[in-house]
Design a protein around this ligand. Structure first.
Ligand SMILES: Cc1ncc(COP(=O)(O)O)c(C=O)c1O
Length: 392
C-alpha cells in the first residue's frame, strides 16, 4: 500500500465517500482560461458595494479583532429581526436569529440540531447538492424525491414526498426558490408541507436563500413564515451571499423557534466558535444600507432572465423552464443525455462555463445550469456561443 492509501484507509468511510462537487470539478478545469465566461457558480461579477463593507474596515481599524458573541452581535440580531418584520409585516424576536459562517454553515447546524446518524431527511430533487453531501458525512441518509419536469415546468408532487416517508425520517429539506430549477412553492404548498411535517413530527429545514429573487413584481417569494407559527419546528436557512453580493465573505443566518438558543450557541461554539466581528459589521451594513443594491441586482437578473428566455428559449433544440425564482436557467439540449461530459466539451470549445445537471442529484443528468445574475454583455456572448455550439 502507498503511504497515502494507508492514511486514507483510516479516514471515516462517510468522509471518504463524500462526493467531489460536480460544479467545482468544472471550475477547477477551466478557471484559468482567458476567454472564460463563468456562469457555473451561484454568484454575479459585481463586488460588494462600499456602502456595505465600509464598517468592516472601520471595525478592523478600531481593533474589533477578538472572540465575539457565539450567537452573533446583538445589534446584528436586532437588525435581522427588523429586516424580517419589514419583509413579513409582523414582529420578530431577535432571540430567534443566529449569525452563522455562511448559508452552508446554517445548513450544517440545522442538520446537526435535528437529524441523527442512521436517520433520514427527505429532499426534493434536483437540488443544490451540498445538503445531501453534508447529511451523508454525518451518517444521515438523504432520500431524494424526484420533482417532475413537463411542459416547461417543474412541479413538486407532495404525495410523492409523503410516500417516501419512513419510520427513520426526521426532517424535510425544502429549498424554495429552488437552486437549480427556479421552482417556487406556493403559499398553499407551503401550508401543506407544514401540515405534513407537523402530523409526522418532522422538522422542516427551509432554505430560503433566494427568497428575494422573484420576477413577478413581488418583493419576495412565499415563505414558511407566511403559514407557520413562531414555535413550529422549522429552521430557516439564509445568507448574505446572494442578496448583497457577499459570497466571498462567508456569513449567513439561521432562524429557529424559541428555546433553541443554548443548542445553537453550542453548535456554533463547536464548529466555528463565532463569526468574525468585522464580517458582522458588513452584514449589518447590508441590512441597513443594502436595499437599493439588492433591488438593482433583482432588476438586472430579471432583464437577464428575459434575454435568455428569448434567445435560448427560441432555439429549437433547447428545452427549458421559466424560472419563477432564484437566478438560474436550467435547460437541456435535445440529443444530450450526459451533461457532465457535455459541460466539459462546451467549456473547452466555447469558453462558456456551465454547471452540469449531474451535480444536482437525481433527475438532473440531462440538464445544464446557467447563472444569470450577471452582466448582459457576457450573457449575450454566452448565448450566442452556446447556440452556435449546439447548431440547428
Ligand atoms: C440553495 C442554497 N442554499 C444555501 C447556499 C449557501 O450559500 P452560502 O454558503 O454562500 O452562504 C447556496 C449557495 O449557492 C444555495 O444555492
Amino acid at each position: 500500500m502507498l503511504p497515502s492509501d494507508v492514511v486514507l484507509s483510516k479516514v471515516r468511510p462517510e468522509a471518504l465517500r463524500a462526493p467531489e462537487s460536480g460544479i467545482v470539478e468544472l471550475v477547477n478545469a477551466g478557471r484559468d482560461r482567458e476567454d472564460l465566461i463563468p456562469l457555473w457558480v451561484g454568484e454575479g461579477e459585481l463586488p460588494t458595494p462600499a456602502l456595505i463593507y465600509r464598517d468592516a474596515i472601520k471595525s478592523l481599524e478600531e481593533g474589533e479583532t477578538f472572540y465575539t458573541y457565539q450567537r452573533g452581535l446583538p445589534v446584528l440580531r436586532h437588525a435581522l429581526a427588523q429586516y424580517h418584520s419589514d419583509l413579513y409585516g409582523r414582529p420578530f424576536d431577535s432571540e430567534r436569529f443566529f449569525v452563522t459562517g455562511s448559508g452552508m454553515h446554517a445548513i450544517l447546524m440545522a442538520l446537526q440540531a435535528t437529524v441523527s446518524a442512521g436517520e433520514s431527511i427527505l429532499v426534493p430533487s434536483p437540488v443544490w447538492p451540498n445538503l445531501a453531501a453534508c447529511a451523508g458525512i454525518a451518517g444521515v441518509e438523504p432520500i431524494a424525491v424526484p420533482m417532475q419536469f413537463s411542459e416547461g415546468k417543474w412541479t413538486l408532487d407532495i404525495q410523492r414526498l409523503k410516500d417516501a416517508l419512513t419510520p427513520h425520517t426526521r426532517a424535510l429539506f425544502i429549498n424554495s426558490p429552488c437552486n437549480p430549477t427556479g421552482w417556487v412553492a406556493t403559499v398553499e404548498q407551503l401550508a401543506e408541507l407544514r401540515s405534513f411535517a407537523l402530523e409526522h413530527g418532522l422538522w422542516v429545514i427551509a432554505d430560503e436563500v433566494y427568497g428575494r429573487f422573484v420576477y413577478d413584481g413581488a418583493t419576495r417569494a412565499p415563505s414558511f413564515y407566511d403559514v407557520a407559527e413562531d414555535d413550529d419546528p422549522i429552521l430557516y436557512v439564509n445568507t448574505f451571499s446572494k442578496n448583497w453580493a457577499m459570497t466571498g465573505w462567508r456569513i449567513g443566518w439561521l432562524s429557529c423557534p424559541k428555546g433553541m438558543g443554548q443548542v445553537v450557541e453550542n453548535l456554533v461554539q463547536y464548529s466555528t466558535s463565532g463569526t468574525a466581528a468585522f464580517m458582522q459589521r458588513a452584514a449589518l451594513g447590508a441590512l441597513q444600507n443594502g436595499n437599493e443594491f439588492l433591488q438593482h441586482q433583482v432588476m438586472r437578473a430579471g432583464k437577464a432572465r428575459a434575454l435568455l428566455l428569448e434567445v435560448l428559449g427560441s432555439h429549437s433544440r433547447i428545452r427549458l423552464s421559466r424560472p419563477d425564482g432564484a437566478f438560474y436557467l436550467f435547460f437541456s439540449i435535445d440529443g444530450i443525455t450526459n451533461s457532465r461530459e457535455a459541460a466539459f466539451k462546451i467549456l473547452h470549445e466555447t469558453g462558456v462555463g456551465l454547471a452540469p445537471g449531474t451535480a444536482f442529484g437525481e433527475g438532473g443528468k440531462p440538464f445544464f445550469r446557467l447563472c444569470f445574475a450577471r452582466d448582459m454583455d457576457q450573457l449575450n456572448d454566452a448565448s450566442r456561443l452556446l447556440c452556435r455550439w449546439i447548431g440547428d
